[in-house]
Design a protein around this ligand. Structure first.
Ligand SMILES: [Zn+2]
Length: 85
């Protein structure tokens, strides 16, 4: 499945000119954000295999992964403001 198609459609609705513009930094940030979200999803998925003793540690790992997502989310927001893309 390629969720990027959906994003492209949403972006084209916002403005056709944005579709043709590519910014390497923006792509890098979005890639990193995607990876961070995947890592978060994996960490949450692992929770069901954690036993009572392992659970707090695994829960903390998931929290850390989520915070990384939040940081990247903010970076993307900042990039949009400073770059206008
Ligand atoms: Zn940019």
């Amino acid at each position: 499945m390629r969720p990027s198609h959906h994003c492209l459609e949403e972006r084209s609705a916002a403005g056709a000119s944005e579709l043709t513009m590519t910014c390497p930094e923006r792509e890098q940030l979005l890639q990193a954000y995607h990876q961070a979200v995947s890592a978060y999803a994996n960490a949450v998925s692992e929770l069901k295999y954690a036993n009572r003793d392992q659970f707090p540690r695994q829960f903390a790992l998931a929290d850390a992964a989520r915070q990384k997502c939040d940081r990247l989310r903010e970076k993307i927001d900042q990039h949009r403001v400073t770059h206008g893309c």
